[in-house]
Design a protein around this ligand. Structure first.
Ligand SMILES: [Zn+2]
Length: 411
């Protein structure tokens, strides 16, 4: 993506997106290009997700824009980079936290007249409730209540520094304890009022995600911010992935997204053939029929299932979600899941190779494929400094199975 760096430069320098519609338009253009004008076959969210979570890492421009905004927002939340804050808040009436947390934007409309402030504030509003649903630890009531001065003070006490436990709940530390942090009793009384209101919402006791992942790291690297937002945005879309091997991954992805073209789909596209299954030539060739219910495919899974049983040395259910999608649930002990995923993926890859012909793969072919995978896993294990024992453990049952049933010497 040659365009990305250019866009990123723009985003980082100029935080002035007022309307978000243009992102939709850009994204539609990219999508049109990716799918060559055809109907998209994968959800945009999954396209943009990180590769290690089973996505395709297509850049999400809007998210990049928001990540750039968070790089700036970090200053607002932490109140640390006072020079920048002075510059940006030259005509602020209240402290930064008054705008960010206490809704002062409503009483001081001019805050949003500043084009950068407005843009950043909009991004913050979008994420605020998702990230903090109680009074945050990083919030500084002192700063929020402070009389706005031209040059900002550097150290503002945050809630986590000025509260103390009071049995089950929290209370503001005494004026005696806070004497370095407050100016006088009036100031203390003001803060106490704010505290009373905040207490109604409750206080964030543990560090929030925002704090640990965004505020604590001393970095403002855009890509890190982006990855963080991406993780938050796509959390529910994760596709199970157990291997780094692209050959296996490809099949797993294609199963997840029903990528394989079936007779039923082809008829819809070309209108010039029948929609019968290529294997049995009797039933309608739907995705589920082609992978599971077809009598010939059933036979294939039956034979493989017998081999799996010999290998695992215990019985388990023959469920389509486990065999086709790798969703094993509690059916298998955890230590065997990896081997089971290898075994089923090997079978599926073989079946996909004979997708359009009547023939079905043999058990020998499956054994060969598994040996191939074992070597590959060994290789990647060594490259990634995996412990030798770990690899042995993963494949032990398959090796035993080979020795016992195939008379192939240990490789
Ligand atoms: Zn069939």
């Amino acid at each position: 993506m040659n365009v990305l760096p250019k866009m990123l430069f723009l985003f980082q320098t100029l935080q002035i997106m007022d309307k978000m519609e243009c992102f939709g338009k850009w994204q539609r253009d990219i999508s049109k290009f990716v799918w060559q004008g055809k109907k998209p076959r994968i959800k945009f969210k999954i396209l943009t997700d990180a590769k290690e979570r089973g996505g395709f890492a297509l850049p999400d421009l809007k998210l990049y824009y928001e990540a750039a905004a968070f790089c700036w927002l970090k200053d607002w939340l932490l109140l640390e980079n006072t020079d920048v804050l002075d510059l940006k808040g030259f005509n602020n009436v209240f402290g930064w936290h008054a705008y960010l947390w206490y809704d002062k934007v409503k009483s001081h409309k001019a805050f949003k007249n500043h084009i950068v402030r407005k843009a950043l504030f909009n991004v913050w509003t979008k994420y605020k409730d998702l990230l903090e649903n109680k009074t945050p630890r990083w919030l500084s009531p002192m700063e929020a209540k402070a009389q706005k001065r031209l040059n900002m003070e550097a150290k503002w006490p945050k809630y986590w520094e000025i509260l103390e436990r009071d049995g089950e709940s929290w209370r503001l530390q005494s004026m005696e304890k806070l004497k370095d942090k407050v100016q006088d009793w009036l100031h203390y009384a003001q803060i106490k009022e704010v505290f009373k209101l905040d207490k109604k919402i409750g206080f964030q006791v543990e560090k929030s995600k925002l704090e640990t992942e965004l505020l604590e790291p001393k970095t403002k690297v855009l890509s890190k911010m982006y990855n963080l937002l991406l993780k938050w945005n796509t959390q529910d879309e994760t596709v199970k992935s157990f291997t780094a091997c692209t050959m296996l991954k490809e099949n797993i992805m294609k199963m997840m997204y029903r990528w394989y073209l079936t007779p039923v789909k082809l008829v819809k596209i070309y209108h010039n053939c029948d929609n019968l299954c290529w294997k049995c030539k009797e039933k309608e060739g739907t995705f589920y029929h082609m992978w599971w219910t077809c009598s010939k495919v059933k036979d294939f899974w039956g034979k493989n299932y017998n081999e799996f049983l010999k290998m695992m040395k215990y019985t388990f259910m023959k469920k389509p979600e486990a065999f086709l999608l790798g969703i094993t649930g509690s059916e298998l002990p955890k230590k065997d899941v990896k081997l089971f995923l290898y075994a089923t993926t090997a079978a599926r890859i073989l079946l996909a190779k004979k997708w359009k012909i009547q023939e079905i793969p043999t058990v020998q072919e499956w054994q060969m494929k598994m040996m191939e995978f074992m070597e590959l896993a060994d290789l990647t294990g060594r490259i990634h400094d995996q412990k030798e024992e770990e690899h042995q453990e993963d494949w032990k049952k398959f090796k035993d199975y080979l020795n016992k049933y195939c008379n192939i010497k240990d490789m």
